[in-house]
Design a protein around this ligand. Sequence first.
Ligand SMILES: O=P(O)(O)OC[C@H]1O[C@H](O)[C@H](O)[C@@H](O)[C@@H]1O
Length: 538
Amino acid sequence: MNDGLDRFRAHLFHDERLGFWLDTSRIRWAADFLDGLEPRLQAAYEAMAALERGAVANPDEGRMVGHYWLRAPELAPDPSIRDAITTTLGRVLTFAEDVHAARIRPERASRFRDVLLIGIGGSALGPQLVSAALTSPADRMRVWFFDNTDPDGFDRTLDAIGDALPGTLAVVISKSGGTKETRNGMLEAEAAYARLGLDFAKHAVVVTGEGSELDKHAVARGFLDRFPMWDWVGGRTSELSAVGLLPAALQGLDVEDMLRGARAMDEVTRSRVTKRNPAAQLAAAWLSATGGAGKKDMVLLPYKDRLELFSRYAQQLVMESLGKRLDRHGREVWQGISVYGNKGSTDQHAYVQQLRDGVDNFFVTFLEVLLDRAPQRGDLSVEPDVTSGDYLSGFLQGTRRALDERGRASITITLEALDATSLGALIALYERAVGIYAELVDINAYHQPGVEAGKKAAQAVIDLEQRVLAALRAKAGTSLSLAEIAAAAGSDDPETVFWILRHLSANPRRGVLRVRGQGAAAEVGSPLDWSWMVAAAP
Ligand SMILES: O=P(O)(O)OC[C@H]1O[C@H](O)[C@H](O)[C@@H](O)[C@@H]1O
C-alpha cells in the first residue's frame, strides 16, 4: 500500500494553471527507466525545438512542421507565416460573427442555423471531437458531418437535417483538395441543394490548400468564402488551424480559449526538465509500456461522455504518425501503437473483462474530469449523499485499482473541468507526446506513405469497373462467365472483376444495366463459377 503511495507521489504531475494532472505511477516503470532514457529525451527536446524553429522535420515531403505556431504565431520562422496565421484567425472570427448576425445569409432562408461539415480524416476527426465535447444549449449553430463516401450515410445525415437544409452552411474541408470521399460528399450535397432549387455555391465555403482542385472549384463556382490550409500543418494536427477553428467558431465555441489552452500546454511541454514536462512523461510511459515497439495497445478510456470521440481522434494522431515501416535511416522497424477505446464506465460493461482477466497486450489511459456537471444543474443524490458523479469517479478508481492488482499498466489524465481551454490543452499534449515519442523511436511522424497504397488500389478498381461496364454494355442480353467478362474488360484479375460484379448486381445502373450472378448451389459450386446474366435494366 505504502509502496503504491510512494509511486503515486513520485509520478504525479500537476499544473495549477492548466488545471491538469498526469499520473504515470501505474505504468510499472523499471527502477532506472527514466534515468536511462534521459539522454534520448534531451535529444528529443532539442529536435522538438529545432522543429519549432522551422527545421524541415518532414524531409520526405520537404515540409516544415508548424502546428505549434498556430497558437503562438510569434514563433513562426517567417513573417509571412505569422501574418497568415493571425489573418486567418481574424477572418474565421469575422466570418462566424457575420453568419451569426445574418450579415452572411443563405439564398432563401432568413439565416444559417446549421453547418454541414464535409471532410474526412484530419479534416473531420478534430472538428467532430470538439463539436461533441463542447456542445451546449448555448450553441449558435448545429453541426452535421459527411465524413465518408457512404451513400446511405449521406442520405441519413440529409434526412436528419431535413427541412433545415436551405439554412445550412456547407463547410468543405480538405487540405489536399483532392480527397475523393470529400469530393463525393460535396457533389452529393450540391445535388441535395439543387433538388430544392438552391445554388450550392451560395451556401458553401472551403478550407483547403491554395490552388488545390477544391480551391479552384470554389473560385470557379463563386463559393461564399475560402480559408487556407498550409503545407506546414499536417491533417491530423490541423484542429487549431481553420480546419477546426471555423466549424468551432460557427458552433459558437470559444476558439480563442482553445488556442490559449494549447498555447499554455505547449509552454509547459517545452520544458527540458522531464519531471516538469507531462508530454515527455506521457511519451516515456508509452515507450515503457510498449517496449518502444508497439507491443502493447493504447486503450483510451475517458470517463466523460463528451470525450467519447477522443479515442477516434487520438487513433489517427497516434497511428498515422507512429505506424511506420521504416525509421529515419531507412531501416525496417514496423513501428506503431494501436489505439482503441470508447468511454467509461460504459466500456466496463463491454470489454474491460478482458483487460482485467485476458491477454495482457495493452495499457490503459484513463481520462478523468473532476467537475461532474455544470454547477447550475444541481447534484441529485442517487443514494444518501452519493451522486452519479461519485459513481463515475468510483468506477474509474475501481478499474484502475483492479487492473493494477493484476499487474496491468495504466496512466491517468485528470482535467479540473472540460472546456475550450482544457480541450485545447489536451490536444496539444497529445500532439507533443506523439512528436517526442517519434523522436525516441527515430521515425518521421509527419508523413503517411502507407495511406497512398490503398488509395491507388481503389482508383485501379474504379478504372477497371469502367472497363467492365463498357464490356457488359456491349453484351447486354447475354450470359457470360467471369473469365469472359474479365477478358472482355482486358483484365487479368478475375477476383476484382468478381467483386465489381457482385457490387453491381446489388446496385443496378438505373435504366442502363442489370447484372445477376447464377450458379450451382453453394455446397457444390463456387460463386466464381457463376454465369452472369447481363440485361438492360428496366
Ligand atoms: O484533408 P485531406 O487532404 O482531404 O485529407 C484527409 C485525410 O486523408 C489522407 O488519407 C491522410 O492520410 C490523412 O492524414 C488526411 O487527414
